[in-house]
Structure formats: C-alpha cells, structure tokens
Design a protein around this ligand. Structure first.
Ligand code: C5P
Length: 440
C-alpha cells in the first residue's frame, strides 16, 4: 500500500454485525491515500479482531482509556494524553458502523470510553453511518439522537436498504464501503476548503413562496427549502456570514445563520433587495411563485364565489385571476448591469425544469444577467424535498462575450452540490477586483 498524505481518517468502529466490514473499509481508505487510525468500542471487539484492524491500518487500535490489567491503557502517549493529541492529527472522524447505543452516547456527550472521550475533544467533521435493525433505526429515541447530532453539524450517512443480518428487510444496512469512503473524502475536501469564504457575506433565498387566495387558501409549489438550507450551512462552514431569506418550506434552517422568514414573493423581493447591496454573493435558490391571485380576499371565499367569474369561464368552471410576481433575480441582475459596482459581486440562480435543464439554464443566465445558473430536473419524486439531486452548472465566461461554461454534475447530495456551487462563488469572489482596484 502506498504511504500517502491525503489526510488522516479516525474510524470509530462500534459493536454490531456491520463491524466485520471495517477491515475492508480501512483498506479502501488507505488505497485512496488516507492514513487511518481505528478506535474500537468494547462491543465491537466481539465482531472484529483488533489485530486485523491494526494490521490493515498499520496503527495500533485504540480501545481503552485506562489500564484494565492488560499492561497499559491506550490513552498513554509519549508526552501527552492520546485522546487529546489525536485531535490535532484528525482530518475526518467517521463512525462506521454506528450502533443505536453509540449514537445515543455521542448525542448525550458521554465520555466513558476512548471513542466518546475523543468525540468530545475533537473538532474535525464528524460522519455517522448508522447500522441497525429497521425498527431500532426508526425508534423515536434513535431518530432524535441522530437529529441532535445533525443539528450540531454531523453528517449522517443514509443507511442502505436491503436484507439485514437479523433477517429483516428494510433500511439499516451499513452502506457499501465505496459510499463510506466517498463521504469521508468529500468531508475532507470540505474541511480543507473551510475558510475560503471567511469575511464574505453570503445572502441565500430559499424555499417556496405562498400567494394568498383568501385567509385560508394559497398558491404555492413543492419546494422544501432543502437546497437553500444546504447552501447556507456549507457557506457558514466555509467561514461566510450568512443571511437566509426563507419561505415557508418544510426544512428547518441551519444554526449559525441569520434567518429572515418571508411568506409571499413580494415579501421575499423586499427582504432580498434590501440586503443585496451589502452582500458579496447572492444565491437565489428559492422557488418563487411566478403568479399570485390578483386580489387576496379579506374573508374566506365561498366555493360558489369562484363560479362564473369574469374571464369567460365555462359553465361550472372556476376562475382565479392571476397576475405576475416580480422576478427578483432579473431585477437585481438588471440593476447591477445598469449601475456597475452596485450589488453582489456574484449573482447565482436556479433553473428547475421538467425537461433537459441545460438550454433553459443558458437562456436564464442571459435573461437574468447573472453569473451562474444551476439547472436541475424536477418532477414527481424528483429533487423537490429529496436529499439527492443531479444538476448542471452554467457559468458566465469572461466579459468578452464568449459562450458560458456548462459543467454537468454527477448525481449527488444537495450538500455536495452546495459545495460545488460555493466553489464557483469563492473562485469568482477571489478573482474580483477589490474596491481599491486590486485583485484580492
Ligand atoms: O424563471 P424561473 O422562475 O425559472 O427562474 C428561476 C430563478 O429565478 C431562480 O433562481 C429563482 O429563485 C429566481 N426567481 C426570482 N423571482 C421570480 C421567479 C424566479 O428571483 N419571480
């Protein structure tokens, strides 16, 4: 195996049947050029041999805080305490497989063995790969513990679906080794890039808008706000001061960002336009309703009041008159073009299409005068509300009028797509002249 220095993965292995795959995971991580330090819990030892893990990782396995009569505890390190000194070497902390019990101990912040004590001391990105029986995974206690860890910034790797060791069929399998290694690699890349938005102000608009028909009913769309929430979280992790203008979706906003809740497209427009001049980058990830009812009734409309409304409705049909909403992105793009120096340096938007999104994304880049359009394919069970997506990035080329760059992305999580979008944002910000006229 080639020694290499792409970074160090600390792999926490906890006690369930999936632990038998841990030596293969170590080998795969090392094949990709990572150094690996394994931490084993007492229960994991029942499923996988410490000697096998020490052999494939090339490092003694860490198990015990204290000497349990076997000679010495693993916490004794030359010149220090190993559960602390290891934190300085760690680029990614991956717990795979993570049992319900281990997840509960991490969520509670217990520190009763090497794994949990190290967890509290370390600061690297934390990835959790739950593996257990379907009912244990679905139990409200496990779900709440996973949500607690996710809210603190941990990435929970979705368990695989299939036949479990207990004979059940359903979610709970340890994902394939390749999926786990990909997740560690992506987290490592994110960790490395972490501060490239330091000092930048990033404004994100996300979620749907709701256009009232009357005090009870509204027009809206299926947007959950998940893409915008991922953008806000990743921009925050990369050092930006983030403001999230958020329509009424179903995904809670991430912590550590300023949230401005809005309801209608016009409220979103006012919130975004007010903050745009102070932002370095604006990403319009919102699914703004293009139309609104011409008039929102003050009282709940009776069913009969739609019938025979002006506009030539056929007998029995109902008519709701709609007017167009302001196009926020186009307004900002137009203003920035008319007043050089005004507004965000980077202006990005989305094109959600039910057909091939690339041609429409290219047209929108021109029409809305922005720097980047992220095209994606939407439809029933696709993208909206899902954690995964497949997009194409269409980026404005230089000022010389050359054709935009079109970069198709592989199927990926919204978090990974957010990273790719913010790579473009960070690169364009770094290349932009600073107010003093020098490229920063
Ligand atoms: O024209 P279309 O709605 O497909 O454009 C999508 C992009 O424009 C998205 O970035 C969306 O947030 C933005 N948009 C907007 N105001 C609207 C409609 C869309 O800013 N009224």
């Amino acid at each position: 195996m080639t020694p290499s220095d792409r970074g160090k993965v600390v792999l926490g292995v906890t006690g369930c049947i999936g632990a038998y795959k841990a030596p293969d995971l170590v080998r795969e991580l090392r094949r990709r050029g990572f150094r690996v330090q394994v931490i084993l819990t007492r229960a994991a030892r029942e499923f996988v041999s410490p000697l096998a893990l020490a052999t494939v990782s090339g490092e003694p396995v860490l198990e015990r805080l204290f000497d349990d009569g076997s000679g010495r505890g693993d916490d004794d390190a030359a010149g220090g305490v190993r559960h602390i000194s290891l934190t300085d070497e760690t680029d990614v902390f991956l717990v795979a497989p993570a049992t319900a019990h281990a997840i509960a101990r991490l969520a509670l912040g217990l520190a009763d063995d090497f794994l949990t004590t190290f967890h509290l001391a370390q600061r690297a990105p934390l990835l959790i790969a739950p593996a257990m029986n379907t009912n244990m995974l679905r139990h409200p206690a496990t779900r709440a513990n996973l949500e607690t860890l996710a809210a603190r910034g941990a990435e929970v790797i979705a368990p695989g679906v299939g036949e479990l060791a207990c004979g059940w069929l359903g979610p709970g399998r340890l994902p394939d080794i390749g999926v786990l290694a990909d997740a560690a690699e992506a987290a490592l890349r994110r960790g490395r890039a972490q501060s490239d938005l330091e000092g930048r102000r990033v404004l994100v608009a996300a979620g749907p808008t709701r256009e009232p028909i009357d005090p009870v009913r509204y027009l809206s769309n299926h947007s959950s706000g998940r893409m915008g929430a991922a953008l806000a979280a990743v921009a925050r992790d990369r050092g930006a001061a983030v403001t999230l203008v958020l329509g009424p979706g179903s995904v809670p906003p991430p912590g550590g960002v300023r949230v401005i809740p809005v309801g209608t497209a016009r409220e979103m427009r006012d919130a975004v336009v007010r903050r745009a001049p102070g932002a370095d980058a604006l990403v319009m990830a919102a699914a703004v309703a293009d139309f609104r009812p011409e008039r929102a009734a003050g009282e709940k409309l009776k069913t009969g009041s739609f019938r025979g409304a002006p506009g030539g409705a056929a007998a029995g049909a109902s008519v709701l008159r709609l007017v167009g909403n302001p196009d926020i992105l186009a307004e900002l793009g137009g203003r920035r073009a008319a007043e050089p120096g005004w507004g965000p340096v980077v202006l990005a938007g989305f094109a959600a299409e039910t057909t091939d999104p690339a041609p429409e994304a290219i047209r929108k880049l021109e029409r809305k005068r922005c720097d980047l359009i992220v095209g994606n394919r939407v439809g029933p069970g696709r993208v909206f509300g899902e954690d995964r997506t497949e997009a194409v990035l269409v980026e404005r080329a230089g000022a010389d009028g050359s054709a935009p760059t079109v970069t198709p992305r592989p199927p990926e999580t919204k978090r990974d797509l957010a990273d790719a979008i913010l790579d473009v944002v960070a690169r364009r910000l770094a290349a932009a002249p600073d107010p003093g006229g020098n490229a920063s």
